[in-house]
Design a protein around this ligand. Structure first.
Ligand code: 5AD
Ligand code: SF4
Length: 437
């Protein structure tokens, strides 16, 4: 009988793709995927530590396995991802959950096979977490689960040390993959039929600045020059490095989506300074203006944190003002979460929870109202959607246009992976509904 695996993923696209790599390793070892934990022979938690609630979530779910493990002592429980890379966290995990069999980090994911074998050979618990980043290990065995989209890492790590952020502590310094490896991977993916390629990095704009001698704009140009019909996007850009060279490459290639994810975090210069973001609201707005001077229709999405230490009501209102000026297509909005070991955790003037809650509610309402207005402007238009899934509940296919907007439609045939022209007939909040034309 085949052995079965279940992977539980928390956090961002980076983690989603790393889970695809973990799945690749497990399949190579002869495991097959299963939908439920109680039918698994190995359960892997790919954790996230960017905000406290992501950690609490993982703690809760790992804890819930105690009984399962008691009933099935052969079950292997492995914990990896950002949490295990956090200083002192493995000790806490060990104490809280003595039944964890394997712990590994983001910096040694490719060692998982070895660790599983050590466990199977009879070791009680295998804990191996690299402290510092090493050379990039090329890995082409990911088991992809997001067709027609494929995630492609272009770099790992982050050098920015935004004062609230734990990522640089758990993912090490920036390392860029060689352009020839990236181009070869994308070529292969396009040949296999993937229709949307997303280049991934914590700060893609600083690609190559670690001594490769190739800029992000040059890499983007090379990837967009690959033949075949596919869409190309990239995330995440950092406003301190986003530039006109990149936009010029976008102009050269119709394949590159007219959608930029450009996290602003705050609209107040004072807060931006304390966050160590190294740009001002004026510079950010000038970049948006530059982008839209090339593509007036370009859409921008963003990340925003409210309730950062010292954020006053005036600061918050500057964020609202910036949100209106940019007119975002959508935004991921977060309440500031204190992360041990970061600069901001030691700052005075932490903001009370009720103030944070009030601000996030107001901000979400504002962002939703912008999205709704944009939806209405779609009515009667025809857009090209890349179909990515089927919604069982609605009985409709869904996909996104090149601005990232979701549209639903009916079809008698399997449309996943097809480019479909949709005439938009209904706009309901953030969702669009249309008919195939
Ligand atoms: N608290 C709240 N949000 C955070 N982010 C990063 N660190 C924190 C934190 N400590 C948000 C930022 C980032 C996104 C991925 O997560 O907005 O862009
Ligand atoms: Fe965190 Fe800033 Fe790096 Fe993004 S750029 S991962 S927010 S430190």
């Amino acid at each position: 009988m085949e052995k079965k695996y279940k992977i539980i993923t928390y956090g961002c696209q980076m983690n989603v793709h790393e889970s695809e790599k973990i799945a690749g390793i497990l399949r190579r070892m002869g495991y097959e995927e299963t939908a439920t934990e109680d039918t698994a022979d190995i359960i892997v938690f790919n954790t996230c530590c960017i905000r406290e609630n992501a950690e609490n979530h993982a703690f809760g779910n790992i804890g819930a396995l105690k009984k399962l493990k008691r009933n099935n002592p052969n079950l292997i429980i492995a914990v990896g991802g950002c949490m295990t890379q956090e200083k002192g966290k493995t000790e806490i995990l060990k104490q809280k959950f003595p039944f964890i069999d394997i712990m590994f980090g983001t910096l040694n994911l490719e060692e998982l096979e070895e660790l599983i074998k050590e466990k199977q050979a009879g070791k009680k618990r295998v804990v191996r977490i690299r402290e510092t980043e090493g050379e990039i290990v090329e890995f082409d065995g990911a088991y992809r689960t997001s067709y027609p989209n494929a995630w492609v890492n272009i770099m790992y790590g982050c050098n920015n040390f935004c004062s609230y952020c734990i990522v640089p502590y758990v993912r090490g310094r920036e390392r860029s993959r060689k352009p020839e490896h990236i181009v070869a991977e994308v070529k292969k993916l396009v040949a296999e039929g993937y229709k949307e390629i997303t280049l991934l990095g914590q700060n893609v704009n600083s690609y190559g600045t670690d001594g490769l001698g190739v800029s992000f704009a040059e890499l983007l140009d090379a990837v967009a020059s690959i033949e075949g019909k596919f869409r190309l996007r990239f995330m995440t850009s950092h406003p301190k490095d986003f530039n006109e060279e990149i936009v010029k490459v976008m102009q050269k290639h119709r394949k590159i989506m007219r959608l930029v994810h450009l996290p602003v975090q705050s609209g107040s210069n004072e807060v931006l300074k304390n966050m160590n973001r190294r740009y001002t609201r004026e510079k950010y707005l000038a970049e948006i203006e530059m982008l839209r001077s090339y593509f007036p229709e370009a859409e921008v999405t963003t990340d925003i944190i409210v309730g950062f230490p010292g954020e006053t009501e005036e600061d918050y209102l500057l964020t609202e003002d910036l949100v209106k000026r940019v007119n975002y297509a959508s935004a991921f909005t977060f309440v500031y979460s204190k992360r041990q070991g970061t600069k901001a955790a030691a700052m005075e003037n932490q903001i009370p929870e009720e103030v944070q809650k009030d601000r996030i509610m107001r901000l979400v309402a504002l962002v939703n109202s912008l999205t709704r207005q944009k939806s209405e402007a779609y009515l009667g238009k025809t857009v090209e959607i890349l179909c990515e899934d089927y919604d069982e509940k609605k009985g409709l296919y869904l996909g996104r246009d090149e601005f990232g907007r979701m549209g639903y439609f009916k079809s008698e045939q399997n449309e996943i992976g097809n480019f479909v022209d949709l005439k938009i007939t209904e706009a309901n909040g953030i969702s669009l509904y249309g008919e195939k034309v």
